[in-house]
Structure formats: C-alpha cells, structure tokens
Design a protein around this ligand. Structure first.
Ligand code: GDP
Ligand code: ZN
Length: 292
C-alpha cells in the first residue's frame, strides 16, 4: 500500500505524487458506486501493477472540497485583490471569506500592487484585521511581501483566488521564482484561453503544492450556508450578539433592538462588511430550498 496525493486527472487517469515519484493510476470501480469521484488534492492509497502503473484503492477523508475548480484538501486560501487597477472588489472578498469560513480552510487576504497605492491600503488592512482576518500587502513589481507569501505557503496545499488582472499569476511566478503562470493583459489571455483546455493541477513547491488555477473562485454560496447561519461567517459580529434583544436576531433590524447594528453605527463594525452581509442575507433568503 502506497500513500500519495492526486496532482492531476485527465481522461480517467490520475497522476499520484508518491515518495517514489509520479504514478499513473486508474480508479477502481467501487468509487463510482459510492458516488465518489477522485479529486485533485485527494490523499489516496494506491497499489502498483507489474508495469508500474497503479490503482487507487482508497480515498482518505477530505479536509474540504471545492467544485470550481474541482479540488480537495486546500489548507491555505489566499484571496488576492489589487489596491488599484482594478479597484478591490470588497463584495467578492467578503463572499469568499464567508465561503472559506464554512469550508474548513485557512483564508488570508493579499492586497497586491501596493506600489500603486494612493493611501487607502492601510485602512483596508485595518478593516480586515478588525474583522479577525489576516491581511497583508505585496507588490510583484517592487518585490514587497513576496518572501512572506513564500513562507506562508511552504509545506501546505494552497490556492490563490481573485479577479483577473489583480496580479495572481505575477505573484505565483515571483513566489516560486519560476514562470509557472502566464501573465499579461486580460483581453489577450481570454483570446488565447479559448483554444486551450485547462486541467486543474497541483504544482509541487517547497514541501507543499500550489493549485495552478489562478482564478480559483466559488462564486455561489454552497447549499450548506443558509441565511440563518450566514452571521456565523462574519466572525466580528459574535461579540455584539449578546446585545441583541432577540436571541435569534439576524442583525437586519435596527440599532434599537440589535447590538450588531449598534456596533455598525458606532463604527466598531465596518459598514461595507455589514452591507455585504445584508445583501448576501437577502440573496440567500430568496434562494429556493434544495430538494432532498
Ligand atoms: P492575474 O490575471 O491576476 O493572473 O494577473 P497578472 O499576473 O497577469 O497581472 C495583471 C497585470 O498586472 C499585468 O500587467 C502585471 O504586470 C500587472 N501587475 C502584477 N503585479 C503587479 C504589481 O505588484 N504592481 C503593478 N503596478 N502591476 C502589477
Ligand atoms: Zn442583532
């Protein structure tokens, strides 16, 4: 029995990284009967055939799994935004943070392009630190903060998420000191992208792996996140909840009955975080219940 990690899957074959190198494997049929598809990132037990190909015998329990891209066992999710060009999209950041909270993954926010900062990046970092998150700054052109990212992802499976153009590919190239990603203008890449099929792949780096899909995004809330548990995905609300008049308060009322609303009025909770909470809450309220 050999332990390994699925680093790539193409056309029914899986490539497993083991202590003795990469082994090409097939999955045994019983995964299908259990309704389980091997994902890139899965830790697996394999057995070897005489010709040095192998079979996946068992998928070990997952820490987490994602659909876009299909990948499992992400330990560190780094949301990348740029301070300028494009402007940071706080709704995207807050949504990713909420989803990550629910997915058992460490999440951090990276504000890139700080060489273009016109003075607001400190406020952004402070706002997210206040909310209980780790936020840090980088510039790939000025080589700022790159060592810190390298240290952060060493020995772990990490993924980078963010809109096109914020500098994720540049960041990954700087961190790995290799050209593992194509960088460039958005329109040019979209044009090229049309003719290439991409498979998600784990790239080995410093004792860990990097998910090679730089646009890692989970734009819809998973069905596990209901409107009533959304507030738990905003960790900074917790300490004000005792001040709410009703125990099951969803913090969408007003300051006379809601401690969270009062904290927003006092400036203790960031207004943009709260507004995003309310808009996600309203979207989740309208979502049709999933059929069993
Ligand atoms: P991606 O779409 O997120 O992968 O972004 P890219 O890495 O392709 O970068 C998009 C554009 O931003 C490119 O023109 C990069 O040269 C530029 N860029 C990336 N990082 C920085 C940075 O730290 N500062 C500045 N000024 N430009 C950057
Ligand atoms: Zn409340």
């Amino acid at each position: 029995m050999i332990l390994g990690t699925i680093v790539k899957g193409i056309g029914g074959f899986y490539y497993i990284d083991t202590n003795d190198g990469i082994v090409e494997c097939k999955a045994r049929g019983h995964f299908r009967s259990k309704n389980m598809t091997p994902y890139v990132g899965d830790k697996v037990h394999i057995s070897l055939n005489a010709d040095n190909t192998g079979n996946i015998d068992e998928i070990l329990p997952r820490l987490n799994s994602f659909i876009r891209p299909p990948v499992a066992n992400i330990e560190e999710l780094i949301i990348v935004a740029s301070v300028q060009n494009p402007e940071p999209d706080l709704t995207f950041i807050d949504k990713m943070l909420a989803i990550a909270y629910n997915s058992n993954v460490n999440v951090k926010i990276c504000f890139n392009k700080i060489d273009l900062d016109d003075g607001k990046v400190n406020d952004l970092v402070a706002m997210y630190s206040n909310a209980g998150y780790t936020a840090f700054i980088t510039s790939t052109t000025e080589n700022i903060g790159i060592d810190k990212v390298r240290e952060l992802i060493s020995g772990k499976v990490s993924a980078f998420s963010g809109f096109s153009g914020v500098g994720k590919s540049s960041l990954l190239n700087a961190v790995t000191q290799e050209k593992i990603m194509e960088t460039g203008e958005v329109s040019e890449r979209l044009r090229r992208g049309k003719h290439t099929t991409r498979h998600v792949e784990l790239i080995k780096f410093n004792g860990g792996y990097i998910v090679d899909t730089p646009g890692f995004s989970m734009l819809d809330f998973p069905k596990e996140i209901t409107k009533d548990m959304l507030k738990e995905c905003f960790p900074e609300f917790a300490k004000y909840e005792d001040n709410c008049k009703f125990r099951d308060c969803n913090h969408t009322g007003n300051a006379s009955v809601c401690g969270v609303c009062r904290a927003v009025e006092n400036g203790e909770i960031a207004l943009s975080r709260y507004n995003n909470y309310k808009s996600f809450y309203s979207a989740l309220s309208q979502r049709k219940e999933w059929k069993k």
